[in-house]
Design a protein around this ligand. Sequence first.
Ligand code: GH3
Ligand code: MG
Ligand code: MG
Ligand code: MG
Length: 300
Amino acid sequence: MTKILVVDDVEDNIVLLTFDLEDDGFDVEPARSGQECLDKVAAEKPDMILLDIRMPGLSGLETLEILKSDEATRMIPVIMVSATTGDQSIIRALDLGAHDFVSKPIEYPVLAARMRSALRLIQAKRDLEKANKELERLATRDPLTGINNRRSFFKLAEAELTKTIRHGRDIALLMLDADHFKMINDTYGHAAGDEALLTITEICQNACRESDILARLGGEEFAICCPDTNLEGAYAVAERIRQQCENTVIEHNSASFGITLSIGITTFVPSQDKSITEMLQRADNLLYQAKEMGRNRSIA
Ligand code: GH3
Ligand code: MG
Ligand code: MG
Ligand code: MG
């Protein structure tokens, strides 16, 4: 239900408006002053505010200015209610970000039409925000696991590396690859393989800090960038993940099987590394060694 905060210092005005608004199916919340409006806006999260201009204490304009300067309330559409048609403060109100205005005495059908217009606008804005979020997700996330994709990994890890270099701190990189993954697909089917990728993702997520950047680089290859982490710390993370995988049984349909990981670990070498690419190359070489040495191991 659409919630409307009706702000007016005169009780009769609130009562009359509430009657019409509720008749139209709106949920009405009254406020008898600018201050009460500000207090209620946080708690009630109205979809729209009808704001009287002339009020003792905080005026409608002052209230509007506060609403529009606060990130949390800026987007709520405000329709000003002015005492007379020639009210100069209407211009000020529109400049401050009011969506629209109506004059007293209120002709309810006109107000209702203006409210519908404001609600259409706010809906369009919401749809746009949602579409933008979805685009952002598609561009940065791996569709199967929901973690960062390769592109997002490089972007985030490069930014982290720049920060680390500036502050002379540590940064570590892990490269992980599932062992004999082709065999899992061939034996249990592709869907079981996908299930294994989800299990690996979850194990990595649980082993990581909030500040670590976890990504699926492609296929059955994952990478983790760990800021403020030295080789010892990174090795501990790798081993935690590797052992957890080794000890996890994956169930898919009636099959149950295990999965192991080979992991290459490296830290930033100032004399060699210009970017994440060099670090990743080194981690990949170490990963290859781990495979050569019999898989299911971490090599730093
Ligand atoms: P190794 O131990 O040397 O890493 O052997 P491997 O079989 O894991 O390596 P290989 O690169 O030969 O095979 C990787 C397999 O991963 C082949 C491919 O079909 C599978 N794969 C890649 N992406 C996906 C995916 O999204 N889902 C599933 N189920 N399998 C995938
Ligand atoms: Mg008034
Ligand atoms: Mg593999
Ligand atoms: Mg691979």
